[in-house]
Write a protein that binds this ligand. Structure first.
Ligand SMILES: NC(=O)c1ccc[n+]([C@@H]2O[C@H](COP(=O)([O-])OP(=O)(O)OC[C@H]3O[C@@H](n4cnc5c(N)ncnc54)[C@H](OP(=O)(O)O)[C@@H]3O)[C@@H](O)[C@H]2O)c1
Length: 275
């Protein structure tokens, strides 16, 4: 039986309680709603329902709980893991030292599990790269690259210089494209690199959802990441092919210059004004 049918049967059989997540409803298009399904056995699933106006019960299950490997458990990895776990996703956090106190604290705070890069990537549907760009080669061993084959890999890294105040790659290529060269069997999507870690928990800033540009070459992978961004409350949009990471990464450097060069601080983000 297809997953969507299994969920629907399970929902009926267990008389699931359904509640609409109003905090996310505002950023969803009018035809979509996020619902949480809590069954008697306390298994929570977060799904996206497409509704036909005026037709009760016309919802079609679009998404399911995902298994996400978070490779990197620092500012970005721990904050993103916490949000994803809250939405009902299963997240495994990975750091360079699996026994580090920082990793244990991040897992305890977020409700994520701890794993190795190979094990987490093997079971995951989606994998997030949240390590320093300079650590990519070290992280992506042959074993890890094998485990990532066929997977959606969300590249949240930025190729920053050691002092963070400039980029080490640009113009004719990007960090995202360099990652894709290392992962030719994976579907690399550039996303979440433009959101400061300090604001991952507050997608709405200044009264509007922060812009989350998503760039990638595989349409299905990109759609899945856009949907995830919308679930998280961001204004997630298709930003074109992966080569457009060449423009997303400098946008981050602009934010860094504003935050730390001009003293605005890290509680800032991008909005897309639509006329
Ligand atoms: N901070 C932001 O606001 C922000 C926003 C957008 C994008 N980014 C980008 O996101 C990435 C992560 O930034 P961050 O601020 O979260 O960095 P961070 O706080 O320094 O955390 C880096 C994480 O990566 C892990 N790591 C390093 N090398 C590894 C390896 N070889 N294998 C597995 N794990 C490894 C570290 O583990 P250990 O602690 O055990 O070394 C740590 O958990 C960077 O590329 C950054 O440019 C950052």
């Amino acid at each position: 039986m297809r997953l969507s049918n299994r969920l629907l049967v399970s929902r009926k059989a267990t008389q699931a309680r359904i509640s609409v997540s109003s905090s996310h409803r505002s950023v969803m298009s009018a035809r979509y709603q996020l619902i949480r399904i809590r069954t008697r056995c306390s298994v929570r699933r977060v799904v996206r329902i497409r509704t036909t106006p005026g037709v009760p019960g016309s919802g079609r299950i679009k998404e399911r709980t995902m298994k996400i490997a978070m490779l990197g458990a620092g500012n970005v990895g721990s904050a993103l893991a916490a949000r994803l776990v809250t939405l009902g996703h299963h997240v495994t956090l990975v750091a360079s030292d699996p026994a580090s106190a920082r990793l244990a604290a991040a897992a305890a705070a977020s409700g994520a599990e701890i794993g190795t890069a190979v094990d987490a990537a093997t079971v995951a549907d989606h994998v997030v790269l949240a390590v320093p760009f300079a650590a990519i080669d070290d992280l992506l061993t042959d074993e890890v690259r094998d485990a990532l084959a066929g997977k959606v890999v969300i590249d949240a890294t930025n190729p920053l210089a050691a002092d963070f105040m400039s980029l080490t790659v640009g113009h004719t290529t990007s960090g995202g494209e360099r990652v894709a060269e290392r992962l030719p069997r994976s579907h690399v999507v550039k996303a979440f690199n433009t959101i400061f870690a300090a604001t991952l928990g507050t997608p709405t800033l200044g009264g509007a959802a922060q812009l989350l540009p998503v760039a990638g070459d595989d349409a299905g992978a990109k759609r899945a990441v856009i949907d995830l961004g919308i679930q998280l409350g961001f204004d997630a949009i298709d930003a074109g092919p992966l080569s457009n990471a060449r423009y997303l990464e400098p946008a981050v450097e602009l934010l860094i210059q504003l935050a730390y060069g001009q003293g605005l601080g890290a509680n800032i983000g991008l909005h897309l004004a639509r006329g």
